[in-house]
Design a protein around this ligand. Structure first.
Ligand code: CO8
Length: 254
């Protein structure tokens, strides 16, 4: 049982492994995820992160661990600080989802930048049937991603979406055959990992910061500042001169 990280070149692959409970996320797993995030943050060679659960992504937070919590205990059980750290990782992140991605499991996928799932995946927020609501970003990130009405339908009915419906409403980027999820995520990650980490970092930062801003004018000004700042990087010079010299760029991630 556990969450661990391995590295394939510049790609970090975080695996969730608690098959006996369909990868339900308990306190121990969340602490392990926190430790994985710290390790990834310290590795400057990492350019993309994949989060994967074999057979199932995660069937939610561990109901047995929280069933008898009082409000203070529930607060202490909260996963949001760790999920927020996932969001704040400086490089792109991909949730590779097979099987169930429910409740706190789907919220973890929403804390990633991109989502790929298998054709039999089931995605949903069943919390309403437990007498609660999503509590690790679901009521906040889902409406921003798929719109308020779709998010409300998912949260109020508790019904799961099929992979095809999830793709149609933009909840997932791509649906692939069952069994090909990790391979597809790795292909996407490898493509990303060929790019400049310096450029990826600024692009991710601009997108996340822009989504937090209410003024489009201020957001575009922030983007312009970030954009011009990139002309101080080695990789901007390398990328543009490689184009002009009709060769592939060799990025140095600075
Ligand atoms: N928590 C604890 N154990 C679980 C969970 C879970 N979320 N999901 C599955 N399991 C366990 C089952 O208890 C069972 O254990 P055992 O074999 O010991 O009885 C084992 O996994 C296999 O499960 P099932 O026998 O139920 O398998 P089925 O194929 O019949 O059903 C389902 C699969 C439909 C996924 C079903 O297991 C299910 O409905 N699971 C619960 C899904 C759910 O409600 N998830 C939301 C949980 S609440 C939540 O995530 C709140 C997040 C809030 C933010 C977190 C901040 C604290």
């Amino acid at each position: 049982m556990g969450i661990s990280v391995r590295y394939e070149g510049a790609v970090a692959v975080v695996s969730i492994h608690r098959p006996e409970a369909l990868n339900a996320l308990n306190r121990e797993l969340i602490d392990q995820l926190d430790a994985c995030i710290s390790e990834i943050e310290s590795r400057k060679e990492v350019k993309c992160v994949i989060l994967h659960g074999s057979k199932n992504f995660a069937a939610g937070a561990d109901i047995a661990q929280m069933a008898d919590c009082d409000p203070e205990g529930a607060k202490a059980f909260a996963f949001s600080p760790v999920y927020n750290r996932m969001v704040q990782l400086p490089v792109p992140t991909i949730a590779a989802m097979e099987g169930y991605a429910l409740g706190g499991g789907l919220e973890l996928a929403l804390a990633c930048d991109l989502r790929i799932c298998g054709e039999s995946a089931k995605l949903g927020f069943p919390e309403i049937g437990l007498g609660i609501m999503p509590g690790a970003g679901g009521t906040i990130r889902a409406p921003r991603l798929i719109g308020g009405a779709k998010a409300m339908e998912m949260i109020f009915t508790g019904s799961s979406l099929s992979a095809a419906d999830a793709e149609r409403i933009g909840l997932v980027n791509r649906v692939v055959s069952d069994g090909d999820v990790l391979t597809a995520a790795m292909e996407m990650a490898m493509k990303i990992a060929k790019k400049s980490r310096a450029a990826l970092e600024v692009a991710k930062h601009s997108i996340l910061a822009g989504m937090e801003m209410t003024s489009v004018t201020e957001a575009v000004a922030m983007e312009a500042e970030n954009w011009s700042g990139m002309f101080a990087t080695y990789d901007q010079k390398e990328g543009m001169h490689a184009f002009l010299e009709k060769r592939k760029p060799s990025f140095a991630d600075r």
